[in-house]
Design a protein around this ligand. Structure first.
Ligand SMILES: CSCCC(=O)C(=O)COP(=O)(O)O
Length: 325
């Protein structure tokens, strides 16, 4: 049996049943566990109030006076229950209705891609976008992907623009979550946000939940297939104003595909917590939940009106509102 004292760095109290004594272990930022020694008294079950600390424990905790003292639910196989430190949020279907993405963002990109390319063609940014798309389309043509047409390398400007538009429109139609498309989409949406043609929609419970987690000292991040620019535009321009003050960082497909375990391992490495289970990932997509769980993250599936169906007996905890977390 064990209980955790949520602090920074966290201290874990582990009961050695053979000697009926409790050991204090501090989790160091370097990923090591340091044994602080024996503490008198046996701990109550997880979830109950910790006993009056011994002199030794008071000395240890005294250095972390403002740390909340809680027992954490969810004990891992070695009997240690690390405290949740970070929350990583998906956007579409979690913080934002899918309909906002499919009925506002995607049509805006589809209808404005030609104009955007015409206006910005000679900029380094657009040339880089075209280069990335060209490399993707080379692969797509080989694989006979529907709607893929080669983007000429030395064709004239109008020819290049026409082929990029054709590819991008086919990619949007197929809802492809690829970096080349997402990078260009972010640049097109920027015009829409800056001109106030687009305002992002977040669910009513989102601002309150973000504020609450922020006040609790939890670090909140976003992981979406949309580019980091697009994510900043969305959270900077919502129906509840600019929510970026509650967010610590943004991850996109440049870290990896959201359906791959490796992406979540990378996120864990980036967040600097001792254990992946200290990160909660919230998503509406079952395959993303599976990948994050495989990497050791805690996962909750978001159920919102209009979200896709989940397999029966999927086994994940679910929520209808971020306020429940
Ligand atoms: C910055 S989110 C824009 C929406 C988007 O492009 C998308 O593909 C949504 O992906 P998510 O991973 O948030 O489901």
């Amino acid at each position: 049996m064990a209980a955790a004292v949520a602090s920074s760095p966290p201290i874990f109290l582990v009961v050695d049943s053979r000697v009926k004594q409790t050991k204090a272990i501090v989790s160091e930022p370097c990923g090591q566990f340091k044994n602080l020694g024996w503490v008198s008294g046996v701990l109550p079950p997880c979830g109950s109030v910790l006993p009056k600390p011994s002199k030794f424990l008071k000395r240890v905790l005294g250095r972390r006076r403002n740390a909340p003292v809680t027992a954490e639910a969810g004990t891992s196989s070695n009997g240690i229950a690390p405290a949740r430190r970070c929350i990583v949020l998906d956007i579409e279907g979690t913080t934002t209705p899918i309909s906002f993405v499919t009925d506002v963002l995607f049509p805006y990109a589809r209808d404005n891609v030609g104009k955007h390319l015409e206006l910005t063609y000679d900029t380094a940014e657009t040339q880089d976008d075209i280069e990335l798309l060209r490399a993707q389309v080379v692969e797509d043509v080989v694989k006979n992907v529907v709607g893929a047409v080669p983007i000429p390398t030395h064709g004239d400007r109008e020819e290049v623009i026409a082929s990029v538009v054709a590819n991008v429109q086919a990619m949007i139609k197929a809802d492809r979550k690829i970096t080349s498309l997402k990078q260009l989409q972010g640049h097109i949406w920027r015009t829409g946000f800056w001109s106030n043609e687009i305002e992002a929609v977040v669910y009513d419970d989102v601002p309150e939940a973000l504020e609450k987690w922020h006040a609790m000292g939890l670090k909140v991040y976003v992981y979406s297939s949309g580019s980091r620019l697009a994510q900043r535009l969305i959270f900077g321009n919502t129906n509840y104003g600019d929510l970026r003050k509650y967010l610590c960082g943004f991850f996109d497909t440049t870290i990896g595909n959201k359906k791959e375990k490796k992406s979540y391992q990378e996120i864990w490495e980036s967040l600097g917590v001792d254990d992946p289970s200290q990160i909660l990932f919230v998503t509406d997509v079952y395959q993303e939940a599976i990948a994050a769980k495989a990497a050791g993250l805690e996962v909750i599936i978001s159920i919102r009106p209009g979200n896709g169906p989940l397999p029966e007996n999927h086994g994940f905890q679910t929520t209808n509102s971020l306020s429940e977390i």
